[in-house]
Write a protein that binds this ligand. Structure first.
Ligand SMILES: C[S@@+](CC[C@H](N)C(=O)[O-])C[C@H]1O[C@@H](n2cnc3c(N)ncnc32)[C@H](O)[C@@H]1O
Length: 527
């Protein structure tokens, strides 16, 4: 196929080596065009299909760990249901016993302090509320989520209509699924509180109920959740280019949010071939298919049919599986697994792979909900509570069932990291437990969240740290020779280097890992 020069439209002989999607007749024209092209130069392009709608595909082979896209948000704001956050910077507002929280003197919304009053994020809404005579009266109670925040991000989008019409138009072009959402129980609630607040309390009658609900639905369909442990931030943002990424339950990218602008950085976690779809996950990797598909249907209005969802064994991980109660009666050792007879149909019966015992799909869904609620109610500060949970369900749930993995992951993070369970203070038994938890979780992550993913990075980091402590103890008690200890230390160094390569894009981990690598290098030099 003939390509044409982006500058003079003559037949082109060369293309941009970075994105492979713009062509030139000569080096001179490529140089001339760079000042326009550099802002659009990404190794991906937009495609459309009946199944996915708009989605993004690679325009050249992309290596693992490459930055594919950097994008600033067009809007940032609180989530629909949010813990109290500062409307100036997005940080969590914490209330200490007996202390007053700071509130904006103009509009009454909680802020970190006077400096956040003039934040560009907050000024437009603050001016509007002041102008319309609205003063918020929010009482913050500890860590209770506040429904009042639900209107703020839609309000910020609507204010762009006059402040920045181009951004407003970009937002309004995004997919909303409004027709599917409109008559749901959730959107009936939004009619009262978001539409009611904006039109009645703020007098924004220039925006119809339909437009306000559309903006709300666009946010629900396209927002990225922004989590940052540093600064305790959990808000949402709209990134129109990144919003074109489709979902897959085994994604090939990860993303982080950098700096005070919350710039989204999309990084490939595995090598991606030219023409392949570049995807993210809109849900949780360690959830089973029933839970993931239900979440995607509710929040993003589609039925996921990806390779993982279509496979009852979840690519061999058996993440949704339970143990068969009938088989166990005849053979206590058998771990016969029950999996769905049709994973793309939530009500399909589940069947034992060995004895054909079946249970209705609805019963599985109830069981999963009950266990999810039980996990939510567990005291996550006490490892023994989580160990008791695992013990209680060891006969019923398969060892790699998503509920079990969620609790095992929490335990792997507690052992070695929390007060009274610091790595150097762990008993030999608990140290062994930490190593086996990390190893088990890594085996699943290697399949479902492979490559340079945060989950694998954190697990590799934790695993190597525990291996180093165990090797030192074993050497001190003459259980192993110095040569064996050195081999283990070298293996740990390899794991740490892998973790560092994966987590170097994570702002909160980069420095910690650099220090760790330096320390371990010194230890490796030991006699
Ligand atoms: C953030 S938007 C992505 C852009 C969207 N495809 C468009 O055309 O504007 C999310 C929506 O894309 C569609 N989508 C994304 N991933 C999908 C998938 N794996 N299967 C089916 N639809 C998908 C769904 O309609 C979903 O609500």
């Amino acid at each position: 196929m003939t390509e044409w020069c982006a500058v003079c439209h003559a037949g082109a002989t060369q293309c941009c080596s970075s994105c492979h999607s713009v062509f030139y007749c000569s080096r001179e024209h490529q140089k001339q065009h760079w000042k326009f092209h550099k802002v659009q130069c990404v190794p991906c392009k937009l495609n459309f299909s009946a199944e996915l709608g708009y989605h993004t595909v690679a325009t050249r082979d992309i290596q693992q760990g490459e930055i594919i896209l950097k994008e600033d948000p067009v809007i940032l704001g609180p989530k629909i249901v949010s813990l109290p956050v500062c409307l100036g910077c997005g940080r969590r507002i914490k209330t200490a016993e007996g202390t007053e929280i700071y509130k904006c003197s103009s509009c009454g919304w909680p802020l970190c302090g006077p400096h956040c009053k003039t934040s560009p994020l907050h000024v437009p809404e603050c001016n509007l509320m002041k102008e319309r005579g609205f003063h918020a009266n929010i009482n913050i109670h500890g860590s209770k989520k506040e429904a009042a925040y639900c209107s703020i991000t839609p309000l910020r989008c609507l204010l762009l209509k006059t402040e920045d019409p181009n951004k407003y138009e970009t937002i309004m072009k995004l997919q909303s699924h409004l027709e599917k959402r409109k008559d749901t129980a959730l959107y009936n609630v939004f009619k009262n509180n978001i539409v009611g607040f904006l039109r009645n309390a703020l007098g924004m009658t220039e925006f119809s109920e339909e437009t306000i609900l559309k903006v709300t639905a666009i946010l629900d369909t396209n927002s990225f959740e922004i989590r940052r442990s540093e600064g305790d931030i959990k808000i949402r943002g709209l990134y129109p280019k990144a919003a074109m990424l489709s979902h897959d339950c085994k994604p090939n990218t990860k993303h982080t949010f950098r700096g005070s602008q919350f710039t989204l950085e999309l990084v490939s976690t595995v090598p991606i071939k030219k023409g392949e779809i570049i995807c993210v996950t809109y849900t949780q990797t360690l959830w089973g298919t029933l839970a993931r598909r239900e979440h995607l249907k509710q929040s993003k209005c589609f039925d996921c049919t990806c390779e993982r969802c279509s496979d009852a064994a979840e690519l061999g991980t058996y993440l949704g599986a339970i143990n068969c109660s009938q088989c166990k009666k005849s053979d206590a050792k058998a771990q016969s697994k029950m999996i769905s007879t049709n994973p793309l149909e939530a009500t399909a019966p589940w069947k034992c792979e060995v004895c054909s015992h079946t249970i209705p799909g609805r019963q599985m869904a109830w069981g999963n909900d009950a266990i999810r609620q039980e996990i939510a109610s567990l005291d996550k500060t006490k490892p023994q509570v989580l160990e008791e949970f695992l013990n209680k369900y060891k006969d019923a749930l398969h060892p790699t069932n998503g509920h079990v993995l969620e609790v095992k992951y929490a335990l792997s993070q507690m052992y070695g990291n929390m007060q009274k369970f610091l790595l150097s203070e762990l008993s030999d038994k608990l140290l062994e437990r930490k190593i086996s938890l990390c190893t088990e979780l890594l085996a699943v992550a290697d399949i479902l969240d492979p490559g340079a993913t945060r989950l694998r990075g954190l697990l590799l980091y934790d695993l190597q740290a525990a291996m180093v402590v165990r090797a030192k103890r074993d050497l001190a008690s003459d259980k192993i020779t110095k040569t064996v200890a050195q081999d283990i230390m070298a293996e740990s160094m390899t794991l740490l280097q892998q973790a560092a390569a994966i987590l170097k894009t994570e702002e909160d981990m980069a420095q910690l890992l650099a220090d760790k690598l330096a320390n371990l290098s010194k230890e490796l030099e030991f006699e």
